[in-house]
Design a protein around this ligand. Structure first.
Ligand code: HEM
Length: 200
């Protein structure tokens, strides 16, 4: 039941777009709105994946942790929509034009590298792949960190054109908040310091 609710919650952006589409609320430029919105929702889902562990460890709420795979796959789903939106509405699915864009617009290059990094993570998220890859699975899935770094860079480059960085800084602050304690903790564990009581 909770998983169904979580699944429906992850589909919220799709319901939102349909609702806006039916009521004429997709702004004056629907393709641009949809490309941007899918990019933002992909980023939100990636952040929820990062939030899963601290929320369970410090807040004792395991909801995100138990649905981490679903969240990761939804992040990838919104990214695929984001990419398809760009390919269809900006490039008309013309491969040479797409290739030219990847090579000439820096923010597209950075976005594509992030997408490429996340692709093996999405495809190896099953139990079968976890078993097959063993310890290497965890190492492979550390790619989420550079992918998020590149996503923020991509976001920053998009907003640089409009000189509007407020949201980007919010994402930077959040990623620091989520990752710095994690780094400190793993360094302490590497140095042999036992974790505090009650924290596994
Ligand atoms: C992990 C990968 C990616 C993430 C998280 C991401 C996220 C975002 C975000 C948050 C925005 C800004 C939305 C806004 O301004 O409100 C954006 C814009 C955009 N992204 Fe991505 N993106 C990624 C990869 C890509 C890729 C692979 C492409 C195309 C090849 C792409 C094409 C675009 C375009 C065309 C825009 C709109 C630019 C504009 O309106 O000027 N993104 N993306």
């Amino acid at each position: 039941m909770i998983s169904v609710a979580m699944f429906l919650a992850c589909l919220y952006p799709v319901f939102l777009w349909i609702g806006l589409g039916l009521t004429g609320g997709l702004t004056a430029n629907p393709p641009e709105y949809l490309i941007r919105s899918s990019g933002e929702w992909a980023l939100v889902a990636l952040y929820l994946v990062l939030l899963a562990t601290p929320l369970s460890r410090y807040g004792r709420v395991a909801l995100l942790l138990t649905h981490r795979r679903m969240l990761g796959l939804f992040a990838y789903f919104y990214l695929v929509l984001h990419l398809l939106g760009w390919a269809l509405w900006e490039q008309g699915f013309v491969l040479t034009a797409m290739w030219h864009d990847v090579l000439t617009r820096w923010f597209i290059t950075v976005g594509v590298v992030a997408f490429v990094l996340l692709t093996p993570l999405a495809f190896t998220s099953t139990n079968g792949w976890m078993r097959r890859l063993g310890r290497r699975w965890k190492r492979l899935h550390y790619a989420i960190y550079p992918a998020i770094g590149l996503s923020i860079w991509h976001f920053w480059l998009v907003r640089a054109g409009k000189n509007d960085f407020f949201e980007v800084w919010v994402y930077v602050a959040l990623v620091l908040l989520l990752c710095v304690p994690r780094l400190i903790r793993s360094r302490r564990l590497n140095q042999g310091v036992r974790p505090e009581r009650g924290i596994k």
